[in-house]
Design a protein around this ligand. Structure first.
Ligand code: SF4
Length: 587
């Protein structure tokens, strides 16, 4: 292993606070892998929480692994060395488990890169005795694990706080008892809630390519895999800080998990149900304790401005000379006091998400946000401070027409007009930045039956928006790459046959155009085909607690551009989650 990489890793560790350096003797060793670069992995609170949960156990040692970038990657490739862990710089093959933490489908190609760099066989069936077990968890796995099923020995579905310990207890027991990998996997499947081993399940297909059946190969494993949820009785806070993250060395604090707004396109809003928000006193304690070591905090929630008592929390931070950043805001829950705290904390840009241009389309996606509310919030923001405003929009949403695109252009112009008017007394105006992304259908949402909008139409709409908004002074427009929306749709909603395309793209060094063109299966079948409402979907065997009939009802309401109620935890049993879980959640 080239000395330079070891020096680089040691320098990286020296910038961190809170790293767990543990002795390996007799412990289960876990390489916790983030399928992207260090900077992004360390900005992910979920990844940090899993690292902490693993290292809390006295019988486990967990070390981190990231995809190398730039100079680090060249050194590794030149030397032909194996990928190593950050903490003790051990090769991947030395670990008992390689555990991937997954948040984004577009990171899937990096899983194969990491395994190859670590000299681990890519396919589960090719791994010999003694090879580490490769496992994955994280939101994309409990939406639809199937596209990765050839590469993973097993998945752990659900929120890590709820079943990670159960898996480790059983793994450490079976590891000592059996040398046969299949026996260990089978025993884990039988005994760990939320553990899914793809090799123990058999899909069958109809002549038209849809799924005929999906069933266990053995009677002892469950037909449906139950996704575990955490009671969220502890406020999660990042334990490692380093300046090398997207947020600098801020301490990240999770204010709540999930969102009760029920936007129909949003996977997190459905699979992290019910919404769980920590009591104000617990959040105050977490903030006060964090402020003792770091004055810079990052507050995370689906909608930070929705958190009850948020003004008191941010006032406390400002009074203590601290600063904070926020993940995202709801336009209709902003208040003057909260905005003043954001200004005092030095926040320069506020992000809000109208998502669609017209009230009709916002009703179809169940956004519960009118044009009037958006304009009122813009007036409030612009009268408070010269914040730059980042506006998030989606194009290609189900039922979208050219009229909705025109309404998007009009909405941005009206927003700009009000920003100019409100800022006039100060003589300065904040910039407007638009992030316009392509809608990608996600499993376990009411939009799971829709397909991706045609690439040609997406590109035409991008072109039109660029032309009409590009000439507006003070407005900057950014688009995602439509080709990546296609790949994301394939990896989000495909079944296990899609794994062969992922493998082909990997063998072609990331040339997706060729991989899609020369694939033996037709990728358009997964991306452009609207799914039948009665069809067996690739993810139907995952039991997220949400009733399919509820999603279908929401799907039909979207076609009529009708909104439905938001979550009322404790009073509502509509989607099936609260009824089934019977957990006391704090609201
Ligand atoms: S049952 Fe009602 S309150 Fe509970 S998660 Fe579902 S929609 Fe929300």
């Amino acid at each position: 292993m080239p000395g330079d990489i070891i020096s680089l890793f040691r320098a990286r560790l020296s910038h961190e606070k809170g790293t767990a350096i543990k002795d390996w003797g007799g412990k289960v060793s876990v390489a916790l892998a983030y399928p992207n670069h260090y900077r992004l992995g360390m900005s992910n609170l979920g990844f940090q929480v899993v690292y902490h949960l693993l290292n809390q156990r006295t019988d486990v040692v967990a070390e981190r692994v990231f995809l190398p970038e730039g100079h680090e990657m060249s050194l590794l490739l030149q030397a032909g060395g194996s990928l190593i862990s950050l903490e003790s710089q051990r090769r991947l093959s030395k670990f008992d488990l390689i555990a991937f933490s997954l948040s984004f489908e577009n990171d899937y190609p990096n899983i194969l890169k990491i395994l190859e760099l670590g000299k681990i066989p890519l396919l589960s069936e090719q791994r010999p005795p003694g090879c580490p077990f490769v496992v994955a968890g994280g939101i994309t796995t409990f939406l639809n694990p199937e596209p990765l099923s050839s590469f993973m020995d097993f998945f752990l579905l659900g929120e890590a706080e709820s079943n990670l310990n159960q898996m480790l207890d059983h793994f450490s027991e079976y590891k000592g008892l059996y040398s046969d990998r299949k026996k260990i996997i089978r025993n884990l499947s039988q005994n760990v809630t939320g553990l899914y081993a793809p090799s123990l399940y058999q899909p069958e297909y109809n002549d038209d390519g849809t799924i005929k059946s999906f069933s266990p190969r053995e009677s002892m494993v469950p037909a449906k895999i139950k996704v575990c949820r955490s009671a969220c009785d502890q406020v999660q806070v990042s334990k490692i800080t380093t300046p090398e993250t997207e947020f600098g060395d801020r301490i990240l604090i999770e204010l709540g998990r999930g969102c009760g707004r029920s936007c129909r396109f949003c996977a997190a809003g459905f699979v992290y149900r019910p919404p769980r928000i920590h009591p104000k006193t617990d959040l105050m304690n977490a903030v006060q304790s964090a402020l003792k070591t770091n004055t810079q905090l990052g507050l995370l929630a689906s909608n930070v401005s929705d958190i009850p008592g948020i003004e008191a929390i941010t006032a406390k931070i400002v009074e203590n000379g601290g600063s904070f950043s926020v993940s995202s805001l709801r336009a209709d829950t902003l208040t003057q006091a909260f905005l003043s705290h954001l200004a005092a904390a030095g926040q320069k840009t506020l992000a809000i998400a109208p998502e669609a241009g017209s009230d009709r389309l916002r009703r179809a996606i169940n956004k519960h946000l009118t044009k009037e509310q958006i304009i009122d919030s813009i007036k409030l923001i612009a009268s408070t401070e010269d914040f730059a405003i980042r506006l998030y929009f989606l194009i290609g949403l189900p039922t979208e027409t050219n009229d909705d695109i025109e309404a998007l252009v009009d909405l941005v112009k009206v927003i700009k007009h009000h920003m100019v008017k409100q800022s006039a007394p100060r003589g300065r105006i904040g910039q407007i930045r638009l992030s316009i992304n392509c809608f990608v259908p996600k499993p376990f949402t009411p939009f799971q039956w829709f397909c991706l909008e045609d690439m040609r139409i997406l590109k035409e709409r991008q072109k039109r928006l660029k032309k009409e908004l590009g000439k507006e002074g003070g407005v900057k427009v950014n688009f995602d790459v439509a080709k990546w929306a296609y790949i994301q749709a394939l990896l989000s909603t495909g079944d296990r046959r899609v794994g062969s395309i992922l493998l082909k793209a990997h063998s072609l060094k990331g040339d997706w155009t060729k991989a899609l063109k020369f694939s033996e299966i037709n990728p358009d079948f997964f991306v452009y085909r609207p799914r039948g409402i009665d069809e067996t979907l690739p993810w139907d065997f995952v039991d997220n607690g949400i009733e399919k009939s509820h999603l279908a009802k929401e799907y039909r309401l979207s076609l009529e551009a009708k909104e439905s109620e938001i979550c009322h935890v404790g009073k509502c049993y509509r989607c099936g989650v609260c009824k089934k879980e019977r957990i006391h959640y704090i609201i």
